[in-house]
Design a protein around this ligand. Structure first.
Ligand code: NAD
Ligand code: MG
Length: 383
């Protein structure tokens, strides 16, 4: 494998920093060509000083399209410029939320490999992303640990999958009663038992909206109907996914919870590179491994997400937007944890889904759902 150019979108975040840690161990194989951050200028500047990438951009910097300090570009266009940079072969999209969508599409249209952490791209516009991949000749490789696990189980691509089982840790409230969960504090929601992640996905993991998004993500990545994708709660987060074949045989992928391994695999797929930085597996230390059913009645955001995925069209984009607004509202103390799911349910129920033809369809669904959710969050009485 010759040296490949990499862009890391969202380089200042949890996945972005893990990606740089992986790249640091493989400097002979990969060159960091472009990085972008959302708003953390000091961190981005430190990364620029260390890596000297050809391009760096700060999306929420001073004014659109302007040049910031230290040669760092500013504004939304910076994401697209990094995603389509001519020296870039692989785009790691580690932006959080709807904001990552355009860059995913642009990179695939430019024929790049997209190592996709930004699952929201597939949730809100799975069909458009797939079309961009097909037409641009790009390649879509998941970073999400569950989907990386599935990909790693598919060495024999001629055998069709009969069922996927995605594992879910169950989050911090797995065994809390509903009343206690409804009043959970921000600190409690951010205290994930097995993963250290950005705050939005950590709250999504507490409501299990994240797992619904992952089911939609798997639907698009692996071309499976919703009836063929199951979720099981596995509190230890050691088995990342299970793949069942027609004869009933099941393959799984295991490892201690760390995103560095799926990030590395998304860069090297279908090859593997030796990496001494990943903790070696120890089945005894990982024991016991347990599995339990997901209690749907307690995780209504999960149910709303699956229903939106099944409805298709603009429904998943509406689900995603309502979730982003509700989670942001919870994180600033505007609504209690127990209001997140009702806000999503109300916004999704009011929406009449239409088929997605072009990006503007998704953008309009996103915009109107954000407005509706913002109103509900503003009107929420604090319990
Ligand atoms: P994070 O909040 O730690 O980082 C997000 C990054 O995106 C930061 O660099 C931030 O500056 C940037 N950003 C935020 N808003 C932006 C905007 N409007 N425009 C451009 N850039 C923006 O989040 P994270 O935990 O690293 O998650 C990133 C993505 O990866 C999410 O889609 C998440 O669901 C997915 N993911 C994360 C993990 C994990 O372990 N952290 C695991 C699986 C999937
Ligand atoms: Mg995941």
């Amino acid at each position: 494998m010759s040296s490949r150019g990499v862009a890391v979108l969202g380089s200042t975040g949890s996945i972005g920093c893990s990606t740089l840690a992986v790249l640091d161990r493989h400097r002979a194989r990969f060159r960091l060509v472009a990085i972008t951050g959302g708003s953390n200028a000091p961190k981005l500047e430190a990364q620029v000083a260390e890596w000297r990438p050809a391009f760096a951009g700060l999306v929420r910097g001073s004014g659109p399209g302007g040049a910031g300090t230290n040669g760092i570009a500013c504004g939304r266009e910076a994401l697209l410029e990094a995603a389509t940079h001519p020296d870039v072969d692989i785009v790691v999209n580690a932006v959080v939320g709807f904001a990552g969508l355009e860059a995913t599409i642009a990179a695939l249209r430019a024929g790049k490999r997209v190592a996709l952490a930004n699952k929201e791209s597939l949730v809100v516009a799975g069909e458009l992303v797939e079309r961009a991949r097909r037409e641009g000749g790009g390649e879509l490789v998941p970073v999400d640990s569950e989907h990386s696990a599935v990909l790693q189980c598919l060495s024999d691509r001629s055998a069709p999958i009969s069922r996927l089982i995605l594992t879910a840790s169950g989050g911090p409230f797995r065994d809390w009663d509903p009343a206690r969960m409804a009043g959970a504090t921000i600190a409690e929601a951010l205290n994930h038992p097995t993963w250290r992640m950005g705050s939005k996905i950590t709250v999504d993991s507490a409501t299990l909206a994240n797992k619904a998004m992952e089911v939609i993500e798997a639907h698009y990545l692996f071309g499976l109907g919703f009836d063929a994708i199951d979720v099981v709660v596995h509190p230890q987060s050691i088995v990342h996914a299970l793949v069942e074949f027609a004869d009933g045989s099941v393959l799984g992928q295991m490892g201690f919870p760390s995103m560095e391994l799926p990030i590395l695999y998304a860069l090297t797929h279908p090859e593997r590179l030796p990496d001494a930085g990943v903790r070696r597996f120890d089945p005894v230390a990982a024991s016991p491994l347990t599995f339990e059913p997901l209690q749907r009645e307690r995780f209504r955001a999960f149910v709303a997400g699956i229903e939106a995925g099944r409805a298709g069209g603009t429904a998943p984009a509406v689900f995603n937007a309502a979730n982003e607004v509700a989670v942001a509202g919870f994180l600033v103390g505007a609504i209690p944890f127990g209001r997140i799911a009702p806000v999503i349910e109300t916004v999704v129920a009011r929406h009449q889904p239409i088929p997605v033809g072009v990006l503007a369809d998704v953008e309009e669904a996103d915009r109107s759902a954000r407005a509706a959710a913002t109103e509900l969050v503003g009107a929420s009485p604090w319990a």
